[in-house]
Design a protein around this ligand. Structure first.
Ligand SMILES: [Zn+2]
Length: 458
């Protein structure tokens, strides 16, 4: 039967789908607080039962923490794994909520109808978009169009301690042709987006020691170099006047964008003035010859996250401090190697301090950037499907931060992951009054039906 019948089924059954989501939202599955552990079990049980309702062989799987839910549907064609998480953030401060966060409801707002409640957007509402698409597909066609594995986690909001061991122990069961992850948003709340680039991270804390004790600036000032000045010069020298990072070899492994991605990003017509205006700013920083989206998604950064030393209490103290400290992090792209970047920073610091100064380090950390290989046909199929559903054409976008789950699928199970989500910027995930637009829920379900259709077309 046709895709149109499935989409009609979704439209006609939206009230029942919404009721099911409301039921799941009533379960307060806060993962970080042990007081809610039984509710996490309840949410997992609820999902097992619902997956069974759509014909999946589903089980709750114990971990040292909250359980995983795994469901399988056999079928021909590609094997798709779908990931979401059923746990939610704590609700504090409760007094800032306009309603009980676990007594969700549909609200009319000037911007349209929303589902209000904890987890409505992150991630229960998003997770259910895929389940509901599968349900409608099965109701119309009698079975699902391909082999599907459902994989729901209950610890995403508390650092996913059981995820890697579970993936390793169940690698064979969880390996599919591609992973779909629904825990992200639309670009600028309107353009359907497939995240294909995630920046990595490297960081280290630096301590510079000059004189072997704090000194009186009246007795020593003028003859002794101040470690805080030395550190400030080091920090100032990390960028040149064009905004480029000056460390040796820093850009060696930074790729240029393909013309295709550049064109897609241009078409997004990102409003950087509004983006900056929302935080009270008007002027952009970064490399002068790069576009705002390149700076956020495909270019590396160097930041000082903290710097301290000397006297910082009330009043004044004429100290010439012995030590200066700074915490540095880098957002990495392409094939940049975290260890190599940290080594380049160390070499620069050591070449910049006076020869009688000492330098020490701690907290060395790093994770490389992730780049999905969009050559997997599922990417173009999903992009077409999303473009068919939404007013704007879908784009491959970057993500300035990191979403570890995508890397785990690649590193542990050797699968590419497609991050597609329907959240909006004002969903207030992790905050009071979280909501999910009814439009996101409805069009999200329809989107997945279209993605399944494109991916399994004969
Ligand atoms: Zn989430």
């Amino acid at each position: 039967m046709s895709l149109k019948s499935v989409l009609d089924q979704i439209d006609n059954n939206l009230p029942a789908a919404t009721d099911r989501l409301l039921e799941l939202l009533r379960i307060p599955s806060v993962s970080t607080d042990p007081a809610f552990a039984a509710h996490c079990q309840t949410a997992a049980d609820w999902l097992v039962a619902d997956l069974q309702n759509i014909g999946a062989e589903a089980t709750k799987r114990d971990t040292p923490g909250h359980p995983m839910v795994v469901g399988h549907v056999a079928g021909e064609g590609p094997h798709i794994l779908f990931y979401g998480h059923y746990d939610v953030q704590p609700v504090d401060p409760l007094n800032l909520w306009d309603r009980d966060p676990f007594d969700p409801a549909i609200e009319e707002t000037p911007a349209g109808r929303v589902i209000r409640g904890r987890g409505s957007s992150d991630d229960k509402g998003q997770l259910m978009t895929f389940v509901e698409a599968c349900r409608a597909w099965r109701e119309v066609n009698g079975s699902l169009p391909c082999q599907i594995t459902f994989f729901f986690e209950g610890e995403e909001e508390s650092g996913s301690p059981s995820l890697i061991p579970f993936m390793k122990e169940n690698a064979e069961e969880l390996t599919a042709d591609i992973a779909l992850i629904c825990d992200t948003g639309l670009f600028e709340s309107r353009v359907p987006a497939i995240i294909t680039m995630l920046r990595g991270l490297a960081g280290i804390e630096v301590e510079i020691t000059g004189p072997d004790r704090d000194l009186h600036s009246g007795m020593y000032g003028g003859l002794v170099r101040n470690p805080l000045h030395v550190m400030s010069n080091i920090i100032a020298g990390l960028h040149d006047e064009t905004g480029r990072i000056t460390l040796d070899g820093f850009y060696d492994d930074v790729p240029e964008l393909s013309d295709e991605i550049r064109a897609q990003w241009q078409a997004l017509s990102f409003d950087h003035a509004k983006f900056l205006g929302d935080i009270g700013l008007t002027e952009q920083g970064g490399e002068v010859d790069r576009t705002p989206l390149e700076k956020l998604w495909s270019r590396p950064t160097c930041e000082v996250n903290g710097m301290w030393g000397g006297y910082t209490g009330d009043g004044s103290k004429t100290v010439l401090p012995s030590k200066a400290h700074a915490k540095f992090t880098f957002r990495l792209v392409g094939q940049q190697d975290p260890a190599k970047i940290v080594a380049a920073l160390k070499a620069y610091v050591e070449a910049s301090v006076p020869s009688d100064y000492k330098v020490s380090y701690k907290g060395d950390k790093g994770a490389p950037a992730a780049q999905m290989s969009v050559s997997h046909p599922a990417f173009e199929q999903a992009r077409k499907a999303l473009s068919d559903e939404w007013p704007d054409a879908a784009a491959y976008v970057g993500c300035g931060g990191s979403i570890p789950i995508a890397g785990f699928f690649k590193d542990i199970l050797n699968m590419d992951a497609m991050l597609i989500g329907f959240g909006k910027d004002d969903d207030q995930i992790h905050s009071p009054n979280e909501k999910y637009d009814m439009e996101s829920f409805h069009k999200g379900i329809r989107s997945w039906a279209r993605v399944l259709e494109e991916m399994t077309k004969k």
